[in-house]
Design a protein around this ligand. Structure first.
Ligand code: SF4
Ligand code: SF4
Length: 264
């Protein structure tokens, strides 16, 4: 949500038409000195991400990546129609037929307007947000914004394709930033890094496979070889530890998976 709304509050955006960038409400033209500040800001952010990746692994992927959020949004919709793994949605539709039908109707509505909202939000990084707001208030204004209209259509189709087909294969195979995080993380001492740790025997699980089912990148968090690897690695989202604590709390026991660093 932050990434979606940041340009509307002038937190950070570019204004291509006026040849300037906006940061925390201040407007800066693309002069050489401002360009240096922009570059320094970029390098500082990069350093923060490198340190974060070194100590915490792919937490950006698991906790705040906008692409990942879109895929999880589609996972919720797929759950409504029987093929996703979102626990909250699953619990909701199981309550009654009325809940299931309501979820189906809302899913179709979100499926249609969700990509449009995201496309408009991303556009606001380059196009003045007031133009975007005009279109939201008066959709017929799109008639005079052919480029924006084409972008929304293209983006919607791409969103449906990545949401239903590509999904996390993009993160595994294509995303350079994801690979970079994994490479940086794997160079750290694995005993010291944040990650899920299975602290028991498989026999303790019985027939339960809740953590395997909940892992949105199809890993088995109990595996000794659970890695963090370049392609198939864990995203450090912590969902497996969460779901195990729910399962084990029902049994009056502690979670078999912890999500922590082994710093002591
Ligand atoms: S193994 Fe656990 S922490 Fe890693 S991605 Fe899967 S659910 Fe998230
Ligand atoms: S959720 Fe816990 S009890 Fe269930 S399979 Fe995973 S580790 Fe075992």
């Amino acid at each position: 949500m932050f990434f979606l709304f940041a340009p509307f509050f002038d937190i950070f955006r570019f204004d291509i038409r006026n040849n300037e960038f906006i940061f925390l409400g201040n407007h800066y033209s693309f002069t050489t000195s401002n360009g240096i500040y922009l570059a320094l800001g970029f390098i500082s952010s990069l350093l923060v991400f490198i340190i974060l990746s070194y100590t915490k692994g792919r937490v950006f992927c698991g906790w705040s990546c906008p692409y990942g959020s879109v895929i999880e949004f589609f996972n919720a919709i797929r759950t409504v129609f029987g093929s996703g793994t979102n626990r909250a949605v699953y619990d909701f539709i199981k309550r009654s037929d009325a809940h299931r039908i309501l979820a189906q109707v809302l899913s179709v509505v979100f499926l249609l307007i969700g990509p449009i909202i995201i496309a408009l939000g991303l556009s606001a990084y380059l196009v003045n947000p007031s133009r975007i707001l005009t279109i939201i208030m008066n959709p017929s204004a799109l008639n005079s914004e052919a480029a924006l209209g084409s972008w929304i259509l293209l983006f919607s189709v791409l969103t449906w394709i990545v949401g239903f087909i590509v999904r996390f294969d993009f993160c595994r195979i294509v995303c350079i930033y994801g690979m970079g995080q994994s490479i940086i993380y794997s160079s750290n001492d694995q005993d010291k890094t944040l990650r899920p740790r299975f602290n028991s025997e498989l026999s303790e699980c019985g027939s339960c496979t809740a953590c395997v089912n909940t892992c949105f990148v199809d890993l088995d968090p109990r595996s000794e070889s659970l890695f963090i690897g370049y392609g198939e690695g864990c995203f450090n989202c912590g969902d497996c530890a969460d779901v195990c604590s729910v399962v084990q709390n029902h049994r009056g026991k502690d979670s078999l998976i912890t999500f922590r660093s082994n710093k002591q």
